[in-house]
Design a protein around this ligand. Structure first.
Ligand code: E4P
Length: 286
């Protein structure tokens, strides 16, 4: 198998899945997790089914155990761990969680949402050499803000554009990945593009074609890819995405992050869903 230039991360919350994919492909470069995926972890589901809901401390401890098991299985793209946040969570609160989570494993990336508070938390983090992954990104403007907010980081920051969720609302989600790559080609390379919310083999192959730095992929799609002998796109590859095209915007990456329009309805909805899935595992709402 030709190993793609795009680093492959498993998008999931079950270490057994990571083991399975590593055996199948022979490698796993990294892993991303999020509150919804952690709520679906088999052990957490068993606890909830047996009537044992968790305190927020227990939830953190369970999350810690899960990422500690995954950490040694993956390569240099690391394990992304997401802070718990809702629309009222301050940057300082996110940053405090991020500091704790960063101490769990040596290869952590802390995921903050692409909101003003999330970007402030990311700024605080990169100043302390904490690696970050800015999640729930749905637009080129948001990615420009991520670039500006993380300038000066010692290690590359990740930005995660969510392809499938844009497709869900009738847009061509892969266009955002393509546009961000094009915009960042004029920058200093401190932010890597991590294609996320990958729902099909076509998404994955087009990510390879675009030479996206990283892609996070559910085990199911990686199994499909492997079952077809891990094909790679050739130069004539055509992406058959449907959905409304998203136009490229000329943006100046040297502007302060606050000057970009970072509002996106899907970011707000994504935070709500993560918060709801997290709260569903708790004995008392956080
Ligand atoms: C990324 O880090 C997220 O975990 C993920 O890709 C979300 O995918 P979904 O839109 O299929 O939930």
């Amino acid at each position: 198998m030709t190993r793609p230039k795009t680093r492959i991360l498993v998008d999931g919350g079950d270490p057994q899945e990571t083991v399975r994919i590593k055996e199948l492909l022979g490698f796993v470069d990294g892993q991303t997790t999020n509150p919804s995926l952690i709520a679906k972890n088999p052990h957490i589901k068993e606890l909830i089914a047996s009537g044992h809901k968790l305190s927020s401390r227990e939830e953190m401890d369970e999350y810690n155990k899960i990422v500690r098991t995954i950490s040694p299985l993956v390569g240099e793209a690391g394990v992304s761990i997401e802070v718990f946040s809702d629309e009222n969570t301050s940057a300082q609160e996110m940053f405090s969680q991020g500091q704790e989570m960063y101490s769990w494993i040596p290869n952590a990336y802390i995921k903050y949402p692409c909101t003003a508070e999330g970007l402030r938390a990311a700024q605080m983090s990169v100043k302390q050499a904490i690696r970050v992954n800015i999640t729930l990104c749905f637009s080129q403007q948001q990615a420009a803000a991520v670039y500006a907010a993380t300038k000066g980081t010692k290690e590359p920051a990740y930005v995660s554009p969510f392809v499938g969720r844009l497709d869900d609302i009738g847009q061509n989600g892969m266009d955002v990945v393509k546009n961000i790559k094009r915009m960042y080609s004029k920058g200093d390379g401190h932010v890597l593009v991590l294609a996320a919310s990958i729902r099909s083999l076509e998404h994955l192959l087009y990510s390879f074609f675009l030479q996206t730095d990283l892609a996070t992929v559910p085990a199911k799609i990686l199994e499909q890819w492997a079952s077809k002998n891990s094909p790679m796109p050739d130069e004539k590859f055509e992406y058959k995405g449907s959905g409304k095209a998203i136009a490229y915007e000329e943006l100046d990456l040297e502007q302060p992050w606050e000057s970009f329009d970072i509002q996106h309805d899907l970011t707000r909805k994504g935070i709500e869903k993560f918060a709801a899935d997290y709260r569903a595992t708790l004995a008392r709402p956080a």
